[in-house]
Every structure is written in C-alpha cells, then in structure tokens.
Ligand binder design. Structure first.
Ligand code: SF4
Length: 703
C-alpha cells in the first residue's frame, strides 16, 4: 500500500516495548481505524486498551502543534515563522554558544518513542559534528540500570530471550513489575501459557498486590528497596539445596565464589525479616525456581528505577547464571522495555555514554571506528550529560541550550520542580513535539511541530530485539515534519555535510552498515526485507542467511573479555533516603492500566479515562486510620521537595508503611498538585545514573 491511498497499512503500536503489530485501515475520507495484526508474531491480532484506541489519538488533531514558532527574547510572545526562519535562528544560537562556551554548552534530550532513524541522525549530529556527547533520553529514566547490568554480567546490552520462551518455560519470576497493566499483551501470552500448562509456575515480587499477582503461585510482598536481599536469599537456598548447575558455573561463568560468600552473609530468617515477608515464602519461591527445568525472569521499574538499580538487576541475573538457565528455550533474564523503541535508541548509541552498534564511548578504538565512518572528525571522549545531569547543568548555568524532542520532562523527571527551575534558567530552549499541551512549552524559545505516529515512516525495536518497519499512512497536519527531517534540515543550517539523505530508508541503511561486524549486526537489512518479513530479530545478516536470532548465548559464549558470564556478589544495602519521624512513609510511583507516560496522547481519549479518571493516593487502612483519613478524602502528601494533593484510596493491596501515586498527571491550569514527581528525589544509581523513583519518603495528612 502506498501512503495516501485508501486501504490497509501495517505498522507497530507506538506505546510500550511489547511492540504489537497493528493494521491501520484508512477510508476515502482519510478516517483511520486500527486492529491487531493477526500475522504479527508478537500479538497475533491482540491489542490492549491503549493500542485499540490509537486511532482516536490520530483523528483528534485539536491539540496538535501545526507551525514553527519562535521568539527573539524571553519577554516576547512566540510568533509563527517559517521552517527556515526557525532553523536558521536555532543554528545561529547554537553556533554562538558553541563558539563561546564550547560544544558541551548545548544538549539534546530525546525519547524512547523516537524512531531508530531519528535517534540515529540526532546522535550523529551531536557526537559526530557538533563534537559533544550531550545526548540523553528518557530511556535513562527507564532502562539504563538493565543496560549496565547486562553489560557487566553478559558483556553486552543484550536481552537473551524472546517472547516465544513464554510458551516454553516452567517458571516465571516477575520482579518489581506489573505487566498485566503495563505490558498487557505479553501478559495475555503468559496467562494463555499457564492455562495450557497448569504446571507452569509464576512468582511475583512487589510491595503492592497488583493485577499481575492474581496469577501468582507465590507473591512476595516485600518492603521497597529489599530486592537484593530477597534475590540473595533465593540464591543461598538454591546453593544449599544443590539446585544449581555446577557444570555451567564452572565452564561458562566467573565470580561464583565471591557470590557464594555474599549470599551466605544473611540467614534466610534475617532476609525474611528485612524484606518483611514470611520465611517460608522465600523457600517456596526458591523451590519453584530450583524445580524448574526452564526458568525466566521479567522485570521493569521496580528494579531499574533505584539508586541500587544496577545491583538489583545483577542480583536477579545471577539466579540464571547459577542455574544455567540462559541461552536455552524457555529460559533467560528478560528486562521488559517500557517504551516502544528504547532498544532501537541503544542500538544507534543514542545515550550520553554510548556509540552506535553498542560501541563504548570510553573505548578509543570504537570512537575511531565511528568517527571514520561518519566524517573523520575525532569524537569527544568526555561522557555527555545524562538526563538528570542536564537539568542540573541548566540550573548551574553550565548548559546553555537544550533541545527537547518527544518527551515531557516537566512531568517525568525526578524532583521535577528542580527540572522546571532548570528550564526557567536555560538561555535557549527548543521543544520539538506533537502536542500544544506540553508543560515544557511556556519555556520554549523555538517550537517545532513534529509528525506523529503513522504520519511518518521508520523502524522500532521491541523488547525482544525485533525490528519492525512502521509505514507512513497519512500526512501530518499543518506544517509538521518527521523528526528526522527536522534534524537533517537543521544540520544543513549548521553547515554540516552528511545529512543529505534522499529517504528515511537511506538513514536506516547507514545505521545498518555501521553495525557490520558487531554483535548486533544487521548490515544488509533494508525496508524491502522488513516489508517482506514484517519484522526481524537481531542479529540478522549474511552469516545466518538473514534468519531471526531468537535467543542469544545459545553457545554459552558471552561477550565479556573472558567469554564467561560474570556473577557479581553485589552488596545488598539500600542507598535510598530512609524514612524519618517527620516523613515516615515510603512513596512509590508507577503506571495505571489505561494511561501512557504523561498522557499527551492517551489523555485525549475519553474511553481511556473510564478505568481511572483522576490521580489518587493508595494507602494502607492502618496508615490511613492513624491519620484520620477516610476513603476519598482529599489528602496532602509532603516532603522536603514539595507536595501533592489527591484523593485517598484506602486499600489492603498496599503494604503498611508504603503509599503509591500514579506518575502520569502533570499541571492542570497551572496547578501542579497532582504531579507525583514533585515528591521524588534526584538520587541516582552511581553506574546507570537512573533515578530512584520507587523510593521517596513522605508524610500524608488529611487536607
Ligand atoms: Fe501497544 Fe503495548 Fe498494548 Fe501492545 S501491549 S497494544 S504494544 S500498549
């Protein structure tokens, strides 16, 4: 189907990292309807509530940014301008700052929702041509702890398993995740697999009783921040009961002795007490894992969004390395990606510390390879600013200009009022996005309207390394342009050669060529192949006749220097700010079923408000009673960072001493009292730089 014609077009859902295939039907009036793609290997025709209602977000263009806007100083109102005027002025300001303060005075803050081609050109522009590594993405808030842990344990940021392993496995341990709400179609597959094989076991660890727990054989309702203690206790039981794979450990791993020593430091009784769960529950979970021939783990933000996020990830991956459950059908650690293309962004190196094709910025050989491929200009060895560091640098004046693409940091950043001060303080702010409802817009000096889902083509990689091509179905409204085209036009205004692509596919082919010879080699893959095959799982290249690689490490040769996987005996301490007499409750934040991120798309769909229409505070009955709070009372949640006011939802589904706020809501008519990140701390994991969203301390009172 050629774009513009009526008919059916194949694409991929633009929300979560499950990556469901979608067929878009377009009629003669240009009206679109969506349905699940029955031929897509991920979802086999199914869609969740968010995916099913995607056409409403496309058809309702009432909030779309339509024309470039600009102002010459902060006192002016922005005026509509032409693309050339907006980009020429932006280029002039960027050049001024770069000449005066150096290339690290400018930065791009992008998104796991950007397409791979978009990520590629932005990364190439800043690292290869501007000469700074100041590009980071909201994936830093989502996946960076998993990325670091994969590298440290397996030698590469590589999800070893695939979705088909769900139907093969005996046991799934879901750690700190609620896939029943956040990755619904993946969870439908788990439900179907368990129905078909009642012997399949499910373990869930979460301080809340979520929808996911309804299918759990064992729910470990642990205290926030105690995941490593739990994983170590399970590891200790597996070792003591002989439920480990000695041969695998000896032949394919290193570090087991240190690990053994680390896990033996606490008795199971002590671990149970720290985790706030019954001792026998830990034995039950360990027995299910020990008895399973095939074992998978799924995890997301409960482990990643932590000041000990990398260690939490490592402690979970260790359970696979000591049981030899990796690289085989039905086995493997599987970090569930929150965003649709967080993985594609990592493939092109679109983070402050990465280079394309999983190359390392700190490696001079890798820098040389990429520089030679792009234009011969030496790449800076200085790591760029990460997400939270960018806003800190705006605050202290080190960073002068920030270009924000497809993300809404004034809802999603930790200690968001600090981030807001950063934007107020910035000398120059560019916002490139689709919606006029973004909280960042009042701070923007230049606004660039972007094309949305199905208004542009490109590729995305889902959580199981599956690359799918997204077809263009319809034209963008007004003068909105695809993000990649905006960046290429800007590069020309900067006077850079190397951005003269005659198609989006040309960008993809350049990216694919840069992967040649690496562990994620997709050299030779093009849109024709993706169109014919619908999707491919990397690595795919001549060496495997362009067949999908369903699983990595099937040969048990890992990508570390020693070719062995590394078992890390990590410390089990929790570096989060601990509760005090003034702030005795632990706040954890997260998603609800029918909303996506900061609601700039799902917030437009009335049907998606029927499930949960407003923010709320989930609180245990004992904590509510102590404070004289009744169900539906308006309550104020406070700490040293700020406050939030929402209605209380009293529930036994949350652990005593813990409260929960959804993360989606932002400012409504200048009122930010629903914004959960007013209360989160700007504390980050020292390795991954991922923030500690899941553990803040607060007090709650009736308002
Ligand atoms: Fe979209 Fe994720 Fe729902 Fe699939 S599960 S339809 S990818 S939001």
């Amino acid at each position: 189907q050629t774009h513009g014609e009526t008919g059916s077009y194949k694409t991929t859902c633009c929300y979560c990292g499950v990556g469901c295939g979608i067929v878009v039907h377009k009629d003669r009036m240009g009206k679109v309807l969506v349905e699940g793609d029955k031929d897509h290997p991920v979802n086999k025709g199914m869609l969740c509530s968010k995916g099913m209602n995607l056409h409403y977000t496309v058809m309702n263009t009432s909030d779309r940014l339509l024309y470039p806007e600009m102002r010459y100083n902060k006192q002016m109102q922005r005026q509509r301008v032409t693309w050339d005027e907006a980009l020429a002025r932006t280029a002039a300001v960027f050049k001024t700052f770069i000449n005066k303060y150096g290339p690290d005075s400018v930065a791009f803050y992008v998104s796991g929702q950007c397409l791979t081609e978009e990520y590629y050109v932005i990364n190439k522009l800043i690292k290869g041509f501007i000469g700074s590594n100041n590009i980071d993405t909201n994936s830093r808030l989502c996946m960076s702890s998993a990325v670091a842990a994969y590298k440290m344990s397996l030698g590469e940021d590589s999800v070893p398993a695939c979705y088909d392993d769900i139907e093969e496995t005996d046991c799934i341990f879901v750690a700190g995740a609620n896939p029943a709400w956040c990755h619904p179609i993946l969870w439908r597959r788990v439900e179907a697999a368990k129905a078909a094989n009642p012997n399949m076991k499910v373990i869930v660890s979460d301080p809340r009783v979520t929808q996911t727990c309804s299918m759990a054989d064992v729910h470990l309702q642990l205290n926030p921040g105690t995941d490593i203690v739990l994983h170590h206790a399970i590891g200790r039981i597996l070792i003591e009961q002989g439920d480990i794979d000695i041969k695998f450990i000896q032949q394919h791993t290193e570090g087991f002795e240190d690990y053994s020593h680390a896990v033996m430091q606490r008795s199971i009784a002590e671990a149970a007490q720290i985790c706030g769960i019954e001792e026998y529950r830990i034995y039950e979970a360990a027995a299910l894992i020990g008895n399973a021939k095939k074992f998978m783990t799924f995890w997301t933000m409960g482990l990643n969004q932590s000041a000990a996020g990398v260690n939490k990830n490592l402690s979970l991956i260790n359970l696979h390395l000591i049981t030899g459950t990796i690289g085989r059908p039905g086995c493997g650690p599987f970090s569930l990606t929150g965003q649709p293309n967080a993985m594609g962004g990592r493939e092109v190196g679109g983070l402050a510390n990465l280079l394309p094709a999983h190359r390392d910025l700190s490696n001079p050989v890798h820098r040389e390879e990429v520089a030679t491929f792009w234009n011969g200009k030496e790449l800076s060895p200085r790591p760029g600013l990460t997400a939270t560091e960018m806003f800190e640098a705006l605050n202290d004046g080190k960073l002068k200009a920030i270009w924000i693409i497809c993300t809404n940091p004034l809802i999603s950043m930790p200690d968001v009022r600090m981030a807001e001060k950063g934007l107020k303080n910035a000398k120059f702010v560019v916002v490139q996005d689709i919606s006029n409802r973004l909280e960042t817009l009042p701070y923007a000096d230049v606004v660039l309207p972007a094309a949305a889902w199905i208004e542009k083509e490109g590729t995305m990689t889902n959580a199981e390394r599956r690359i799918t091509w997204l077809q263009k179905v319809t034209d963008a409204p007004g003068e909105a342009l695809p993000d990649a085209e905006i960046i290429c036009r800007f590069a020309k205004h900067m006077g850079f050669n190397g951005f003269d692509y005659n198609s989006c596919e040309a960008i993809f082919k350049e990216h694919a060529a840069l992967t040649a010879g690496t562990n994620i080699d997709i050299n030779g893959v093009d849109y024709t192949l993706l169109h014919q095959r619908r999707s491919v799982q990397w690595p795919v290249n001549t060496s495997n006749n362009y067949n999908d690689t369903k699983r990595l490490f099937a040969d048990h040769i890992f990508h570390t220097k020693s070719k062995r996987a590394k078992i890390h005996g990590v410390p089990d301490c929790n570096p989060s700010v601990q509760p005090t007499a003034n702030h005795p409750l632990i706040l954890t934040t997260g998603r609800i079923r029918d909303q996506w991120h900061t609601m700039s798309k799902t917030g437009k769909v009335n049907k998606l408000k029927q499930h949960i229409a407003a923010s709320f505070l989930e609180i245990h009955p004992d904590d509510a009673a102590e404070r004289g709070i009744a169900d539906d009372d308006l309550v104020e949640i406070t700490n040293t960072n700020g406050n939030v006011r929402v209605k209380a939802k009293i529930s036994t589904q949350i652990k005593k001493g813990v409260v929960f706020l959804p993360m989606h809501w932002g400012k409504i008519l200048n009122d930010d009292s629903n914004r959960a990140n007013n209360l989160t701390f700007n504390l980050i994991d020292p390795i991954s730089k991922q923030p500690d969203f899941k553990f803040s301390i607060v007090q709650v009172a009736k308002y």
